[in-house]
Design a binder for this molecule. Structure first.
Ligand SMILES: *Cc1c(COP(=O)(O)O)cnc(C)c1O
Length: 201
């Protein structure tokens, strides 16, 4: 695949959720710097010590964040990919003030308008983005998880279009099964788990 030269080289987030550190550490030792986890508690247990030793490691929260865990999430995560409501935005804003640490944030978009899925519906994106600006959040991009069992290309294409309205730098999209599609639509952060670490049990 050829990337047009105006495009940035995408980053790969190695999604290490559910895997034990002895399975992950060869990649850490190799020097890979970006890792994704979907649970705050699991991330604290696995990554606290390693992050002290390897201060360049970036931890990405790719799963749903409950407001009562924001305090811990802001502490350990460098990126939050799942901002999807005002209450959560307010809480992150409070916490980043208190800790003097500003995570980089993605607004999660619910493109399929699936009721069970997290995310802002596209019609509300502009208002929500303004809201996050007023709270001084460091929103750097948009994130999506397309509905399963559907061709994700149409969703990635929509994300790319949607981002033209607000012009953020980053797009977090593409997983093991569809990252090549995501690259065609200017994804800048691929979240790849099983292709790197093997099947999760
Ligand atoms: C688990 C997960 C991934 C990685 O999935 P793979 O199919 O193993 O690559 C990516 N994004 C999110 C939000 C996930 O929860």
């Amino acid at each position: 695949m050829k990337l047009k030269n105006k495009e940035k080289i995408p980053k790969i987030i190695a999604v290490s959720k559910t895997f034990k550190m002895d399975h992950i550490s060869p990649l850490v030792e190799y020097g890979h710097l970006d890792y994704g986890e979907n649970k705050v508690q699991e991330a604290i247990e696995k990554w606290t010590d390693i992050k002290i030793k390897n201060y360049k490691i970036n931890l990405h929260l790719i799963g749903k964040l409950q407001t009562n865990k924001v305090k811990f999430a802001v502490k350990i995560f460098d990126y939050i990919h799942s901002l999807d409501n005002e209450k959560l935005a307010k809480k992150i804003s409070e916490e980043q003030e208190k800790q003097n640490k500003k995570p980089k944030i993605f607004i999660q978009i619910n493109l399929g308008k699936e009721v069970q899925k997290s995310g802002i519906v596209e019609e509300n994106l502009l208002d929500f983005y303004k809201f996050t600006k007023d709270l001084n959040l460091n929103v750097i991009g948009l994130m999506c998880i397309p509905p399963f069992e559907e061709d994700s290309s149409q969703y990635f294409s929509k994300m790319s279009e949607l981002n033209k309205i607000i012009n953020l730098k980053e797009l977090s999209m593409g997983m093991s099964s569809d990252y090549l599609n995501a690259l065609e639509y200017n994804s800048t952060y691929l979240r790849i788990g099983s292709n790197i670490f093997g099947q999760r049990s």
